[in-house]
Design a protein around this ligand. Structure first.
Ligand SMILES: NC(=O)c1ccc[n+]([C@@H]2O[C@H](COP(=O)([O-])OP(=O)(O)OC[C@H]3O[C@@H](n4cnc5c(N)ncnc54)[C@H](O)[C@@H]3O)[C@@H](O)[C@H]2O)c1
Length: 263
């Protein structure tokens, strides 16, 4: 196509997209039903993973729960069953590719095709900085379910972006992705977390935002929502100012309580 025509098409698409977004502000958002969906949640034995499992159970989803911690995942399964959900739990180490493949095969063969995957398993670890402890969160596992997806060691947001673009390029428009970006969540890992700027989140508000994101097909879910401004500041603030800002938002705490058992 002629370059001028392509540029005109681009401008028309841009205008249409803005108009569509504006109209959507006044139209009630459609929420999809989660009843009967087969939901696999990794890291379901504690924290965000457990709370998410309970939310899906309340919405009549069928659950497959994975965790490295047998006791934790069984406890979550029992709580979900009390809410009337069909649940199966597995001990899986999501940092081991072979374990993931073999557990995924078992799920596919014995239970069925997973329709929603919540890739949550991960660890929070702490580091000492100027004598104070600070939080570093990172994701351990990635979507080994999608055979041709190759963004293995990318950070979670970059991985999500790459995956979404790859799915779109493959024309797999039926697969929706939602990436959750919260600030520090109080999951009981540390005692008395505080921060000088911003807030410490409770699990419930994070999981409510996540569920809303999933049922309305949001690509990115920021908790608190104003966190998306951080993306903008990364582009416009000088590095030194950014570093100062980051220091103000780092959570501090009195002690690590922890729950690292795998039994
Ligand atoms: N808590 C936060 O402040 C925070 C902030 C941003 C992102 N996150 C991310 O959210 C996710 C959940 O965090 P959380 O605070 O609920 O953590 P959590 O420690 O409360 O729960 C994590 C669960 O994952 C399980 N797990 C850990 N390693 C595993 C492995 N190799 N295989 C299978 N299961 C494993 C643990 O046993 C535990 O049950 C993590 O990926 C974390 O990095 C947490």
């Amino acid at each position: 196509m002629n370059l001028v025509l392509e540029l005109l098409l681009f401008l028309a698409t841009l205008l249409f997209s803005y108009l569509e977004a504006f109209v959507k502000l006044f139209v009630p958002v459609r929420r999809k039903s989660l009843s009967g969906e087969l939901v696999l949640i990794t890291g379901a034995g504690h924290g965000v993973g457990r709370a998410t499992a309970l939310e899906f159970a309340k919405r009549q989803s069928r659950l497959v729960l994975w965790d490295i911690n047998k006791h934790g995942v069984e406890e979550t399964a029992a709580e979900c069953q009390k809410l009337g959900a069909t649940v199966q739990s597995f001990v899986v180490d999501c940092s081991k590719r072979e374990e993931i493949y073999s557990a995924a095969d078992k799920v596919k063969k014995d239970i069925g095709d997973v329709t929603i995957l919540v890739n949550n398993a991960g660890v929070i670890t702490t580091a000492i900085c100027n004598g104070r402890k600070l939080e570093i969160g990172f994701l351990l596992s990635h979507l080994y379910f999608l055979p041709s997806c190759s963004s293995s060691k990318f950070a979670a947001v970059g991985f999500h972006k790459a995956l979404t673009e790859e799915l779109s390029a493959l024309g797999k428009d039926g697969i929706k992705t939602t990436c959750l970006c919260p600030v520090f969540i109080n999951t009981g890992f540390v005692k008395n977390p505080t921060t000088r700027l911003g807030k410490i989140l409770e699990i419930e508000e994070v999981v409510q935002a996540l569920m809303e994101g999933i049922v309305t097909n949001q690509k990115m879910v920021f908790v608190p929502p104003q966190l998306n401004i951080a993306l903008f500041t990364e582009m416009v603030f000088p590095e030194r100012a950014l570093n100062l800002l980051k220091k103000m938002t780092i959570p501090k705490f009195d002690a690590i309580i922890g729950h690292r058992s795998t039994q």
